[in-house]
Design a protein around this ligand. Structure first.
Ligand code: RIB
Ligand code: CA
Length: 332
C-alpha cells in the first residue's frame, strides 16, 4: 500500500513544466510513476531532452519517460519558443542527459502504468497531471478506455473561465489541440473520471520574485535549486518583470495542497469552431435549472472542478521549500 500520492505528468517541457517536474520529482508525498511527453511549448525532441535533464538533475533517472505525439490531432503544430527560449527550457546551457526516452510510446506507457494501478489497491490509483496539449491523453482514453480504472483523477493545466493567452479567447494548451481537449473532456464525462481544471484564472497567481530567484542561484550553483532559480530568473528577465509565475507547477501544488485552491463544479465545453474563439473553454456559470424549454442548448456533459482562486504565496512557498530540500523527508 502506498502512502504517497501516485502521480504521472504529461508535459511539453517548457520552462514551467520543468518547474512542475522539479516539484513532482522531489516532494516526498508524491510518487512519480512516469512522465510522458508531447509536442507543445517546444518540438517533441526538445521536450524529451529537457524532461530527461530535469529528472537527471533530481537524481530521478529511474522514472520511466515516454515520447508521445509530435503534433496535434488536426491542427498544424505551433510552439512557444518566444516564451520558453530556443531550446524550450530557458537556453540555460544546463547539462543534458545522456539517456533517451524508454522504448514504450507515451500512450502505451500511460496504459501500462494505469492498468498496473487498477490491479492494485485504492491507494495505487494515479493522479494524472496533463500540463500540455492533451493529444496523448485523448489518444489514451479513446484507445484504451479500460485504463481509466487506474485513475484517481485528472488535474490539468489548461483553459480558463475568463482569460486567453494564445489568443484573446483561448489558452495555449487547449488552443494547440482543441480536438484533443474536447475528446478528453468527453471521455472523462463518459468514463466518470473526476477532473480539476487549473486554468489561466489561477495560473499567474503563485509567483517567485527575481530577487528570490537570484538568491537561489547564488546559494545553489548546481542541482535542483540551482535549476529552479535559473528557470525563474529566465522568465523574469525575458518579460522584464520583477516576478514570474510558477505556471504548470501550480497544478502539482494543487495535487499536494488542494485547500490552497478555490474551485467550483461547472459544466465545461471546448469551442471547436468560432472565428476568434476556437480552443476556448466555455465554462457555464449560468444559474441554470435544467429547463430545456427555457434553454434548449442545455449544459455540457463534462462537470469539472474549475479553479477560480488560488493562494499564490502558499503555493510559491511549497515549491520553494521543496526545491531547496526544506520539506521534511526530502529524498535527495
Ligand atoms: O498557457 C500556458 C502555457 O505555459 C501552457 O503551455 C502551460 O502548460 C505552460 O507551459
Ligand atoms: Ca506546459
Amino acid at each position: 500500500m502506498s502512502v504517497r500520492t501516485p502521480i504521472v505528468l504529461d508535459v511539453d517541457t517548457g520552462v514551467d513544466d520543468a518547474c512542475a517536474l522539479l516539484l513532482a520529482a522531489l516532494h516526498p508525498s508524491l510518487d512519480l510513476r512516469a512522465v510522458t511527453c508531447v509536442g507543445g511549448n517546444a518540438p517533441l525532441p526538445d521536450v524529451v531532452r529537457n524532461t530527461l535533464s530535469v529528472l537527471d538533475t533530481c537524481g530521478r533517472q529511474g522514472v520511466p519517460v515516454g515520447a508521445g505525439a509530435a503534433r496535434p490531432l488536426l491542427e498544424a503544430p505551433v510552439d512557444a519558443r518566444h516564451v520558453h527560449g530556443d531550446d524550450g527550457m530557458g537556453d540555460l546551457d544546463w547539462p543534458r542527459s545522456n539517456r533517451g526516452p524508454g522504448s514504450r510510446q507515451a500512450v502505451e506507457l500511460l496504459r501500462d502504468v494505469l492498468l498496473e494501478a487498477a490491479a492494485g489497491s485504492e491507494e495505487d490509483r494515479i493522479t494524472l497531471v496533463p500540463l500540455a496539449p492533451m493529444t496523448n491523453i485523448a489518444l489514451l482514453l479513446r484507445t484504451y478506455p479500460e485504463a481509466a480504472r487506474g485513475l484517481e483523477r485528472i488535474v490539468f493545466m489548461g483553459g480558463a473561465a475568463h482569460l486567453g493567452n494564445a489568443t484573446a479567447s483561448a489558452e495555449f494548451n487547449v488552443f494547440h489541440d482543441p480536438e484533443a481537449a474536447a475528446i478528453t473532456l468527453d471521455a472523462c464525462a463518459d468514463l466518470g473520471i473526476e477532473v480539476v481544471m487549473y486554468g489561466l484564472d489561477v495560473f499567474y497567481g503563485p509567483r517567485v520574485s527575481l530577487a528570490e530567484a537570484r538568491d537561489l542561484v547564488a546559494a545553489h550553483d548546481t542541482g535542483p535549486a540551482g535549476l529552479a532559480g535559473r528557470l525563474m530568473a529566465f522568465q523574469c528577465e525575458r518579460f522584464g518583470a520583477d516576478s514570474a509565475t510558477l505556471g504548470d507547477a501550480g497544478a502539482v501544488c494543487a495535487v499536494l495542497d488542494p485547500d490552497g485552491l478555490t474551485t467550483e463544479r461547472l459544466p465545461v465545453r471546448v469551442e471547436l469552431a468560432g472565428t476568434w474563439s476556437r480552443g476556448r473553454t466555455i465554462v457555464d456559470r449560468r444559474d441554470w435549472d435544467g429547463n430545456l424549454a427555457h434553454d434548449p442548448h442545455g449544459q455540457a456533459p463534462a462537470l469539472i472542478d474549475v479553479a477560480l482562486e488560488v493562494d499564490g504565496p502558499r503555493y510559491a512557498r511549497l515549491w520553494l521549500e521543496t526545491v531547496t530540500g526544506k520539506v521534511a523527508g526530502f529524498p535527495g
